[in-house]
Design a protein around this ligand. Structure first.
Ligand SMILES: Cc1ncc(COP(=O)(O)O)c(C=O)c1O
Length: 368
């Protein structure tokens, strides 16, 4: 059987093993949360935020963000139509309504012009995604938010270390969220983190994430409804080892992208999603669009990949078409990526020969 060429997966070294052992031996009793605290500090130091709360997963960090910003039934939140559904369900959990808008063809991130068109008197916030390691257009998005007094949540789940014009993503809006799920660049199986520079929001999120516990009238007293969203210390130990290696991991992903680009960059009908000038993509999932000139069916390509032990991913289906949602705008760019987009394998155990094999197989199938 040929080697499995996985879509995603972590780079595990002796450091990860040592940290997990350390978490097992030294992560209980009075030091029960020491790795969690170190993880929160490491992420803050790395991206340049003041506060962080590590959570069981990014979905919960996103819900915590929505709850902290008081989103509720009757509010509208402008949300990208191209993401894993966690992005929008985090809004739905609060009773607020996600209003799905289109993405930019060059980054697959939310389109600022589409945000502007979707604003109504009910709009309270913008939920954007830094898609697959590519930074969203944060200057324009923040200008719109300031003009219309909207809150901004950055879903940066797969994009730890990506930069918009020299500033790390997750640090522009009111709250940013990252994931350490197994397919992310820094992986601990499950895991997430909420970051903010706003002390008031941090304190509120902290209270919400720890069951509203204040101990104000008795030990274990809770003053308001809360959630049990905190990360396990042992998971935090593994996430910490990965965050400490983040620049090395980004370098690996960027190399994969270079190898893909060398083989696919000039091929007629293949549009590669590249970082824009002045930005840094971390290329968590290097991605391409098959333009209309290519007549090969995208799903046939994915089937051939599968038959050759290669796991690639199609574009996400539009969340606006899911049964729990209402579609207000057709969002044709998101639809085209759903139909003709491919995210290529970039697990952190691949080498150049693996990527050449993927490219050979892809190129052999292209028809015009
Ligand atoms: C954009 C985006 N948001 C949120 C999530 C949810 O992250 P988690 O699996 O840590 O809950 C993911 C994970 O796949 C994601 O890609």
């Amino acid at each position: 059987m040929a080697k499995k060429i996985a879509f995603a997966g972590p780079s595990i070294t002796q450091k990860e093993i040592d940290y997990v052992i350390d978490g097992t031996i030294n992560g209980f009793y009075e030091t029960y949360d020491q790795h969690t605290k170190k993880l929160e500090k490491a992420v803050c130091d790395y991206i340049g935020t003041k506060y962080a709360i590590a959570t069981h997963c990014c979905t919960l960090a996103l819900h915590l963000a929505c709850a902290t910003l008081d989103l509720k039934a009757g509010d509208e939140v402008i949300c990208t139509d191209f993401s894993w559904v966690a992005t929008s369900y985090a809004i739905d959990y609060t009773g607020a309504t996600p209003v799905f808008v289109d993405i930019e063809p060059d980054s697959w991130c939310i389109d600022p012009a589409a945000i502007k068109k979707a604003i109504t008197p009910k709009t309270k916030a913008i939920m954007l995604v830094h898609t697959f390691g590519n930074p969203a257009q944060m200057d324009e998005i923040m200008a719109i938010a300031r003009e219309h007094n909207l809150k901004v949540i950055e879903d940066a789940a797969p994009s730890l270390g990506a930069e918009f014009q020299g500033q790390k993503v997750g640090t522009f809006g009111d709250i940013g969220c990252f994931s350490f799920q197994g397919a992310k660049i820094a992986a601990s199986g499950e895991g997430g983190i909420l970051v903010t520079n706003n002390e008031e929001l941090f304190k509120k999120a902290q209270l919400l994430s720890s069951m509203g516990r204040t101990d104000s009238q008795a030990i274990f007293w809770s003053d308001s409804l809360g959630y049990q969203y905190t990360i396990a210390n042992l998971t935090a130990a593994l996430a910490l080892s990965q965050v400490e290696r983040i620049e090395e991991l980004i370098e690996m992903k960027r190399n994969y992208f270079k190898w893909y680009e060398a083989r696919l960059g000039d091929v007629r009908g293949i549009k590669m999603i590249r970082e824009k000038a002045g930005n840094r993509s971390i290329y968590t999932y290097p991605s391409i669009l098959l333009e209309d000139s290519i007549t090969t069916n995208r799903d046939e390509i994915l089937k051939t990949f599968k038959a050759n032990n290669i796991h690639a991913r199609p574009g996400f289906p539009q969340m606006s078409r899911f049964p729990v949602h209402e579609q207000r705008f057709p969002n044709p760019v998101a639809l085209s990526v759903e139909k003709r987009g491919i995210s290529l394998p970039a697990a952190l155990n691949l080498d150049k020969a693996d990527i050449d094999f993927v490219c050979d197989l892809l190129l052999a199938q292209l028809k015009y």
